[in-house]
Design a protein around this ligand. Structure first.
Ligand code: AFP
Length: 349
């Protein structure tokens, strides 16, 4: 894979299928297709792939680790049992700091950015939510890791918070790892499509299983925390009632699906179509989800798959962030379904 500055892309539609190749080969083939690539981007993405393997192994043993933890807060190796989201966070930081490509990271788990290299050649920044949906860990429901990669614009030795305050359209890669019934790694560089890899735990590799994912133009599915109805604004209430009205010609009423883990809800929406919404409401006036770690990576992925991502009034990828942990309303999905939502917000319906 090559970053967008390299102006090369994986053409996916006219080439023979590559289903079955490993994530590492896929990333490497992208680099080999571009003589100008230095290998730094390839190496960075491979490190994220490694982190995904390490985190999935921890997630898969979470129930057991927790049980052992109860007996004295130490696991079989005699190590203190840590909270899984903290472990995932440290794993990502340690792996990204190991090679000299990542200058700094910003994590949903950390108050401020963490510099991982002061070498001027370290030209990438990584934002991530190490374990999204963590309130679902204890009940064995799908959770995930979300990440985005930015190119550092200044070539100074120091990296500051300002380097991270870039709109989502500046991302050069984004992806997520879904720890579901299987572990899936979904990634895009914006150009060249969105690709999904399924983890084979017996081999320890991610294999390309979903080549060039495209979201359907519309689908009769919606995903929202309906328990917030009382807090919603009138336009959102009206839109929600519209989806539940009966009209066979437009596929209504829509079916409701809500896991409460963004990675799971967004992944289902990407694969099956429809709409996911966490709008601003009277309780969360700016929305609940985080712009840098959650909304931007998913907006980047959805647009690359032919979908849309909006606040209802503004394209997510055009928001100019002012702070690291900024929240935003987030509406993701099939183009038709997202446009209908926007029409309700504008009062056109
Ligand atoms: P947790 O990490 O606290 O479980 O929050 C998950 C999340 O950030 C995101 O993954 C969900 O889409 C959203 O919050 C669910 O929020 P509600 O519980 O308010 O519906």
């Amino acid at each position: 894979m090559t970053d967008s500055a390299d102006q090369h892309s994986h053409s996916t539609t006219s080439e023979p299928s590559r289903v079955g190749i490993t994530l590492e080969t896929f990333i490497l083939e992208g680099q080999l297709g571009n003589p100008a690539a230095t290998g730094a981007f390839t190496s960075l993405l491979n490190q994220i792939g490694l982190a995904a393997k390490l985190v999935t192994s921890k997630v898969r043993r979470a129930g057991l680790a927790r049980l052992l933890g109860y007996t004295g807060q130490t696991n079989v190796q005699g190590e203190a049992v840590q909270k899984l989201d903290e472990e995932a966070n440290e794993t990502l930081i340690n792996v990204l700091a190991r090679r000299n490509h990542c200058a700094a990271i910003a994590s949903e788990e950390l108050e401020s950015i963490r510099v991982t290299s002061t070498d001027r050649r370290a030209k990438y920044l990584v934002v991530f939510d190490p374990l999204d949906g963590s309130s679902n860990i204890d009940v064995n429901i799908s959770i995930g890791t979300i990440f985005g990669v930015l190119r550092k614009s200044s070539d100074s030795e120091t990296t500051t918070e300002a380097d991270f305050l870039k709109p989502g359209r500046d991302l050069i890669a984004a992806g997520y790892i879904l720890y579901g019934s299987s572990t899936m790694f979904v990634i895009t560089t914006g150009h060249g499509g969105v690709h999904g890899f399924t983890y084979d735990p017996t081999v320890g590799e991610f294999f390309l299983s979903h080549e060039n994912i495209r979201i359907p133009n519309r689908a009769s599915l919606y995903s929202i925390n309906e328990g917030n109805t009382v807090h919603w604004t009138d336009d959102v209430k009206k839109w929600n009632a519209f989806l539940k009205d009966e009209d066979k010609s437009t596929g209504r009423p829509y079916g409701a699906r809500y896991v409460g883990s963004l990675v799971a809800d967004a992944h289902r929406t990407l694969m099956k179509g429809g709409i996911f919404a966490y709008p601003a409401d009277k309780k969360s006036k700016k929305g609940k989800l985080r712009l840098l770690y959650e909304a931007n990576p998913f907006a980047f992925i959805f647009e690359a798959a032919g979908g849309m991502a909006t606040t209802g009034r503004e394209r997510i990828l055009d928001i100019e962030p002012t702070e690291l942990h900024q929240r935003t309303p987030l509406v993701l999905g099939s183009p038709h379904d997202v446009r209908v939502f926007e029409e309700f917000v504008r009062g056109e319906r």
